[in-house]
Design a protein around this ligand. Structure first.
Ligand code: E4P
Length: 218
């Protein structure tokens, strides 16, 4: 399972990269705005800075919603670095844009996916990644992990190569549930990744080991 971090914060990306388990980054317009990034030049510079930190794929989302706009923006973003994945919303023009990028060998991430039908369409259009939003479905009393299961079954039935990128991951249990189902990738905040480290028996066990051997190295 690949681990992506869902942030545009350079310090958090660097911290996850330093941990040695980071496979990529996802951003979205809200995450970019949270870092105070606006204007084409600043947006481009920020994506370049992210690409300089990580080894894997970096999802950069278009902010146009019409076909021509998405193509124009996506081509600029894709030319920045080979790590860039053009993130496109699940709308009619978005599906057309994904087909266009896919035919040109440009990687895509179909975002804002909330149903298996949408995921099927994204795969048919040749998306590199599909992003079902687990946490936002949970927020409206629908078990988001059920959608991951459904998509896994459909993609396996037909051998679709589109990778299931479980998005809107909020906590470590989401990560484990998605791993059990067989999501190819998860993207979540640094806090969810670091929470995987935690176990009280690890803490108490380590404390006892340290106490028992204190000062015995030399
Ligand atoms: C997907 O790539 C989105 O950036 C993200 O996972 C949304 O998460 P949220 O629901 O916590 O905003």
């Amino acid at each position: 399972m690949k681990f992506f971090i869902d942030t545009a914060n350079l310090q958090e990306i660097q911290e996850a990269q330093n941990l040695g388990v980071l496979d990529g980054v996802t951003t979205n317009p809200s995450l970019m705005a949270k870092e105070g990034i606006s204007g084409k030049d600043n947006i481009i510079a920020h994506y370049k800075a992210i690409c300089a930190i990580v080894d894997g794929d970096v999802s950069a989302e278009v902010i146009s919603t019409d076909y021509e706009g998405m193509i124009a923006e996506g081509e600029i973003l894709a030319a920045l670095d080979e790590k860039i994945v053009v993130k496109v919303p699940m709308i009619k023009d978005g599906i057309r844009a994904i087909r266009y990028f896919s035919d040109k060998g440009i990687k895509t991430n179909c975002t804002l996916v909330f149903s298996a039908g949408q995921a099927l369409l994204a795969a048919k259009a040749g998306a590199t990644y599909v992003s079902p939003f687990v946490g936002r479905l949970d927020d409206i009393s629908f078990d988001g992990t059920k959608l991951i299961e459904q998509i896994r079954t459909i993609y396996d039935n037909y051998g679709f190569e589109t990778e299931i990128l479980a998005a809107s991951i909020r906590h470590p249990v989401h990560i484990l549930q998605c791993a059990e189902i067989g999501a190819d990738v998860m993207t979540g905040p640094l806090s969810a990744i670091l929470a995987l480290l935690k176990h009280p028996l690890t803490d108490s066990g380590l404390e006892k080991f340290m106490k028992d051997m204190a000062g015995k190295w030399n």
